[in-house]
Ligand binder design. Structure first.
Ligand code: TXA
Ligand code: MG
Length: 318
């Protein structure tokens, strides 16, 4: 069992000794290690059972560290950081030699972000290195949005989890590659495409097969153990009446005999609320008495795009 608490000094102690610590962010919990230290970073891949071709995001709390991690900070990068940091935006940039190849899976680029969480920003301020941190789940499973979720998945494998409460946004950061002539959206996330377009009108959505080493682009990700079927809920319910069903719906409620549970992402049609409930409800549905989870897509704009991406990746492809 990992200890769970809000002791930044203790968290820093472990990190200074090349150990791993679970950290809160505004998106999902991260599994953090000293990003400059190859041995520490190798433990992340080990503990998560993450393939080494899947690069990590590096977390910073100040400009100084940012400069050390990359070759150059362009005006575009500066503009995006001013607009969205601290916040759920990861910028893919040409990396410096301080970042071990293991962090970037051998790519010449590194993903950088400044997370918007008081505890983790204070922790970063107390360290003299940035933190490499993927989501703190076993590779492929649903991302954790509470310290308890991290404990359930990785508690036996790490010494400490910094408890910052339930994450506020609930889906991972938006990833934008700014090394290309036209900036490319690699993963939909907590900053909407519309918000990015306001700052960067020429941004494009990357074609799936052009995304380097992105499990965000692997089909089975964020997935519960049970089958999750995605489609029209009315139809799906009719087809699976012989099974023990749980439903994840956007705002409508469903009543049918023998329904195990109906998780409603947002009764008030708020995509932000839906995003903050998504992974929690997927985990609850995975743990309840149902044998199958039926779910529907949400409106496809704003945070809805990130939600639909996660739902689709969590679903069983027939
Ligand atoms: O919100 C988040 O981004 C969370 C919190 C903990 O910060 N982290 C997160 O990390 O979602 P992870 O490891 O689950 O997803 C990181 C993804 C990689 O799978 C890859 O798709 C992309 O970020 N990535 C990282 N570095 C990259 C690079 N140099 N080029 C392209 N994609 C990169
Ligand atoms: Mg992840």
């Amino acid at each position: 069992m990992a200890d769970i608490g809000n002791d930044i000094i203790r968290a820093a102690d472990y990190l200074n000794n090349a150990e791993l610590v679970g950290i809160p962010t505004e998106t999902v919990y991260g599994l953090a290690a000293n990003a400059y230290n190859h041995t520490a970073v190798a433990k992340i891949f080990d503990v998560k059972r993450r393939p080494s071709f899947d690069p990590l995001i590096v977390h910073i709390s100040n400009l100084d560290t940012w400069q050390k991690c990359v070759i150059e900070i362009s005006t575009t990068a500066k503009k995006l950081a001013d607009a969205f940091w601290p916040g759920p935006l990861t910028l893919v940039m040409a990396k410096s030699d301080l970042i071990p190849d293991l962090v970037s899976s051998g790519l010449a680029t590194v993903g950088i972000r400044m997370p918007n969480h008081k505890l983790t920003l204070a922790l970063l301020d107390s360290l003299n290195f940035p933190l490499a941190a993927p989501s703190a789940n076993i590779f492929g499973y649903i991302s954790p949005v509470t310290a308890q979720h991290v404990e359930e998945g990785l508690g036996k494998l790490i010494p400490y989890i910094l408890n910052g409460g339930k994450t506020s946004i609930g889906v991972e950061s938006t990833i934008v590659d700014i090394t290309t002539e036209t900036p490319q959206l690699l993963r939909a996330g907590g900053i909407s495409f519309e918000a990015l377009q306001k700052i960067m009108p020429n941004i494009q959505i990357a074609k799936p097969n052009s995304i380097a080493s992105s499990p965000g682009s692997l089909d089975n990700h964020y997935a519960p153990i049970k089958p999750l079927l995605l489609g029209d809920l009315g139809e799906l319910i009719k087809e699976h009446l012989d099974k023990k069903i749980s439903i994840i719906s956007y705002s409508n409620s469903y009543t049918l005999t023998d329904l195990v549970h109906n998780y409603i992402l947002s009764p008030t049609n708020s995509l932000n609320v839906a995003a903050s409930n998504l992974f929690q409800y997927m985990r609850q549905a995975d743990a309840d008495a149902s044998t199958i989870i039926l779910a529907e897509l949400v409106p496809n704009f704003g945070l809805g795009v990130a939600i639909n991406d996660r739902l689709w990746k969590a679903s069983l492809k027939l």
